[in-house]
Design a protein around this ligand. Structure first.
Ligand SMILES: NC(=O)C1=CN([C@@H]2O[C@H](COP(=O)(O)OP(=O)(O)OC[C@H]3O[C@@H](n4cnc5c(N)ncnc54)[C@H](OP(=O)(O)O)[C@@H]3O)[C@@H](O)[C@H]2O)[C@@H](O)CC1
Ligand SMILES: [K+]
Length: 475
């Protein structure tokens, strides 16, 4: 029975290799009970609900692997319920893997056939996409690409089986082109690629069917989806007998001339999320008060980076002048939790000595790069980071022994011990100047109040994404 995976707390994320392991364990424990039967049945049930009530046939695109097998089971069950079904496949039945070959034989025995091209001029009530699933190994091209283009242009809903064809289930990268599904019914467990990079734009509404696989058959995995906050992401209730010192003193250093707003945004967010006190070390020495948030204190940045704070953030509007580099060096030597963002990351990227210092810190370090900053830190291109966001963020966490939030669609939070989470809140409204500064402020607030660094970063990312979006003014 498919469920909404976002109702689960921290559901695990399975890469293709994990799924093969599950399949292996299942087959050993339940010989002769292929998971494909359940996958096809669940897909047929969902397809019935999604197909337009127009009497138009359902188009089923079936590929050369087991994703195509799922599609053929779906086609047979839909036809048995009286739907008109058009199967389109160029797969050679003699070369199908065993479960898919069985599905093809059953479809044929039920009177079904397969067209070798999408019929021109025909409109459909639903497209079932079973071209490729987690077995995608290269870019889609040729006829497959043309079919995907046709499917994407159709007015009817599109239901992708397991993963939208062309989307890499491990990374969320589109390989060549991909189906833009309205719904994706994914099997066994969530895949990371459905939640990050191009995944959310292509998967549509996600449905999950575990196909009856027992939880003890699932391998331990490093990744989970940050669907909801857990207890570890929440601050304990404030004791009545408390004072501002209990909730921490945070410092935010940045705000060079022309970029003061970035430091103010971070500082204001830190106060809004409950830091006991926040002092800004603004590089533009002309600024000494925030009239919009007069609770913010100001101190010379050189003094602030050396002050005894509960948490220090460096980066919002920092710039890359010589003064900024010295401030970063002092901050790296500090013994309090340190959040590095924006130009602090760019300075780190360009300076091996500073990188070395960062990697050697004993106090927690948290990095919040966007893909461009991550690319500079890894000395690669932004495209390389986006091609595998989990790998890139994991590499940064290892290299800097830091907790890392790689921002973007499906922010990836990685931890030095190898665990990672993909955030599921937020949206394109966050793609705006100042957004990252606010995230820095939220992280700082949670750290100041004593939350563990990895949990604070995950909670901050989730909360930032959950804030109501303010629609851009109508033009
Ligand atoms: N794991 C399980 O327990 C369960 C799995 N289930 C289902 O199985 C799916 C995985 O099946 P799968 O492993 O057969 O892979 P799949 O995605 O069908 O494609 C492989 C074929 O595509 C080909 N090919 C690849 N890329 C290509 C390209 N760009 N362009 C052209 N060809 C390309 C590749 O060719 P080759 O590399 O061999 O040349 C091979 O022939 C999974 O997503 C789920 O739907 C469910 O039944 C539930 C239980
Ligand atoms: K698919």
């Amino acid at each position: 029975m498919p469920i909404d995976p976002f109702t689960l707390v921290s559901p695990p994320l399975f890469a293709a290799a994990d799924l093969r392991e599950i399949e292996h364990r299942w087959t050993a424990a339940h010989p002769g009970r292929p998971l494909m039967a359940g996958a096809g049945a669940a897909a047929a049930d969902l397809a019935c609900m999604l197909a337009r009530d127009t009497g138009e046939p359902i188009l089923v695109l079936a590929g050369p692997g087991n994703n195509g097998g799922d599609a053929l089971v779906t086609a047979r069950l839909l036809a048995a319920q009286g739907f008109r079904v058009v199967v389109v496949s160029r797969a050679d039945p003699a070369r199908l893997p065993p479960d898919a070959a069985r599905a093809w034989a059953d479809w044929r025995d039920a009177g079904g056939n397969a067209l070798t091209d999408v019929p021109a001029g025909q409109s459909f009530g639903l497209v079932v996409d079973g071209l490729y699933g987690v077995g995608l190994v290269r870019a889609i091209e040729g006829e497959d690409a043309r079919w995907i283009g046709l499917a994407n242009a159709m007015a009817c809903p599109r239901l992708a089986l397991d993963v939208p064809s062309g989307l890499d289930g491990d990374t969320g990268q589109v390989r060549g082109c991909a189906v833009r599904a309205d719904h994706t019914l994914t099997f066994l467990g969530l895949k990371p690629g459905l939640l990050t990079a191009d995944g959310p734009d292509h998967a549509g509404t996600l449905h999950l069917d575990a196909l009856g696989v027992e939880p003890d058959m699932l391998p331990a995995v490093a990744g989970s989806a940050l669907t909801r906050l857990e207890a570890r992401h929440r601050l304990p209730p404030r004791p009545r007998n408390s004072h501002k010192g209990v909730f921490g003193h945070a410092g935010v250093v940045g705000g060079a001339q022309g970029m003061v707003g970035a430091a103010l945004i971070a500082g204001r967010a830190a106060l809004a999320y409950g830091a006991g006190a926040v002092t800004l070390g603004v590089l533009d020495a002309r600024v000494a008060v925030d009239y919009g948030e007069p609770r913010l204190m100001f101190a010379p940045p050189e003094r602030l980076v050396a002050a005894p704070l509960d948490v220090l953030a460096l980066g919002p509007g920092l710039g890359q002048a010589a003064q900024a580099r010295v401030l970063l060096e002092t901050a790296l030597a500090s013994t309090c939790p340190l959040v590095l963002d924006a130009d602090a990351l760019n300075l780190l990227a360009g300076d091996p000595a500073l990188s070395e210092m960062a990697a050697r810190r004993t106090a927690p370090t948290l990095l919040t790069p966007h893909p461009g900053e991550a690319a500079r830190l890894l000395a690669c291109g932004t495209y390389d980071v986006q091609a595998d966001r989990i790998a890139a963020a994991s590499m940064l966490a290892r290299r800097f022994r830091a907790h890392v939030a790689l921002k973007g669609a499906g922010t990836v939070v990685t931890h030095p011990q190898g665990r990672y989470a993909i955030n599921t809140t937020g949206g394109p409204h966050l793609a705006q100047a100042g957004s990252g500064d606010r995230l820095t402020g939220i992280v700082v607030a949670l750290l100041a109040q004593g939350m563990a660094p990895g949990d604070a970063l995950e909670a901050a990312v989730w909360r930032h994404g959950s804030e109501p979006s303010i629609p851009p003014a109508a033009i």
